[in-house]
Design a protein around this ligand. Structure first.
Ligand code: NAD
Length: 442
């Protein structure tokens, strides 16, 4: 057993985290820490993925602070016992559900939103009364180091610890028995995590990825759709788990859509100063290999880990770019004429983490959101469904299991005990042996 896990288990068994005031104090401490470290966090995110301060705030620090505020406000209510209906057969008793922390939790996070995807699960796990070992990504070393410094300055490691290291360190941690594991990252590693967790029968949440489709109906405000899609597709250079991966555009509006996309790219990315870059050489090469230069209608230039916002037309499902999650700034355009065929096609592929439908027709959006299996998504927008504490965020099927943010996050890190508190004043004799007399009556 890893010494940090042992230490945290000893601390957890002192039951201090059961006290709601202890948890609220922890959330307040974390907020204080983030505010004190904000400049360092922004700087580190810039070094790792090249995000501007504004984008770091909009997509990472600001969202984490907002989840903290939400949790501080609601944790008292979330953690209360809830009385439920008692069946007549259990007369006289009170039945209630009691949310309880799991204990010692492991959070493993990726590099693409290196701060948010480490801190958001930490917030939910602490609110639910757990201790946490956090293992951020080795591919975002500056942010991971700042997170470690911040946590070490503000928390005792017996309560919250940050362990730096690569897959080997992560794998070794997974050999220890945790009470809950929360993993965000690739499907490949998700399978390893689940396999290792099964050795201790530890429950897991897996926040994975996949190819998230974006359908653009014929009845649509093309200009607005293009503007919003360009924002979400090229945000963080396309390295966003919920980025619209590929476009399914009604054939009647395809040319106009491409025209608007290109003009939006020119407008939003006139300068690439705040655009960022691909995380490393391996991913850079991988993305470039997915681009069929003969089909590029915009962009395609690249240097120094930066790939221009790129649009690829005349793509079909057999192209290399449709065989894996792109996770880069390349927008493949596919067309359709029949919505039912599109729905069947998406449902024949692994369930995506996100799905987007752009349409002015309510029946179309209702049909798509009802008939397709996907984690979450938007109607007439992209990406923003994850930026709220009022709804859960998570995948389904191969894009993940479980969810977090707000109440869902609190529930994810809590086990709900179902308890019957039986009163002593009445004790009905029927259930006790011998049943002879009752048998005779029947
Ligand atoms: P990754 O799976 O390579 O790494 C994530 C974490 O797992 C890192 O901390 C890493 O050290 C650890 N890890 C790597 N190999 C391991 C092993 N063998 N055993 C144990 N731990 C190991 O993922 P990534 O490349 O950093 O992230 C990209 C993927 O994550 C994409 O598919 C993306 O869609 C997905 N993602 C999903 C979400 C979401 O919220 N659903 C968010 C961001 C990214």
């Amino acid at each position: 057993m890893d010494p940090i896990v042992l230490k945290q288990r000893e601390f957890y068994n002192q039951h201090k985290t059961l006290d709601i005031h202890f948890r609220i104090n922890a959330l307040k401490t974390l907020k204080k820490a983030i505010l004190a470290y904000e400049d360092r966090i922004n700087e580190a995110i810039k070094m790792d993925v090249g995000k501007s301060n504004f984008e770091s705030y909009m997509c990472e620090v600001g969202l984490a602070l907002s989840e903290l505020t939400y949790m501080e406000k609601h944790v008292h209510k979330f953690s209360k016992e809830k009385t439920v209906y008692t069946p007549l057969s259990q007369f006289l008793s009170r039945s209630f559900e009691k949310p309880s922390p799991y204990g010692v939790v492991l959070v493993i996070s990726p590099w693409n939103y290196p701060f948010l995807l480490s801190i958001d699960p930490l917030i939910d796990a602490l609110a639910a009364g757990n201790t946490v070992v956090l293992k951020p990504s080795e591919f975002s070393p500056y942010t991971s180091q700042v997170i470690k410094d911040m946590i070490e300055e503000y928390f005792d490691s017996e309560y919250v610890a940050c362990v730096l290291g690569d897959s080997e360190v992560s794998s070794k941690l997974l050999d220890s028995k945790f009470d809950y594991i929360f993993y965000t990252g690739s499907k490949r590693v998700g399978k390893i995590v689940m396999n290792k967790a099964s050795q201790h029968l530890t429950p897991v949440t897996l926040e994975l990825g996949g190819k998230s489709p974006c359908i653009v109906d014929r009845d649509v405000d093309v200009k607005l759709a293009a503007r919003r899609i360009v924002f979400g597709k090229y945000l963080n250079c396309g390295q966003t788990c919920v980025a619209p991966d590929y476009m399914l555009v009604h054939e009647s509006i395809k040319d106009r859509f491409i025209e608007c996309v290109i003009s939006e790219i020119k407008r939003q990315y006139a300068s690439l100063d705040d655009y960022g870059h691909i995380i490393n050489e391996k991913h850079y090469k991988r993305i470039l290999e997915l681009i069929d230069m003969d089909k590029v209608v915009y962009g395609g230039k690249h240097h120094n880990l930066q790939i221009e916002p790129t649009v690829v037309d005349r793509v079909d499902f057999s192209d290399p770019i449709m065989q894996e999650e792109i996770f880069g700034p390349v927008m493949p355009i596919l067309t359709y004429s029949n919505l039912d065929v599109v729905i069947d096609k998406i449902n024949s592929m692994p369930s995506p983490l996100a799905l987007y439908i752009f349409t002015n027709n309510k029946q179309v959006s209702k049909k798509v959101t009802s008939e397709v299996s996907f984690g979450g998504g938007c109607i007439n927008d992209v990406v923003i469904h994850l930026a709220t504490s009022n709804m859960g965020f998570g995948g389904v099927g191969e894009s993940g299991m479980g969810s977090y943010h707000g109440k869902r996050g609190f529930d994810t890190f809590s086990h709900t005990k179902s308890i019957v508190d039986k009163k002593r004043i009445i004790d009905l004799p029927m259930r006790y042996q011998p049943y002879t007399k009752l048998n005779e009556k029947l």
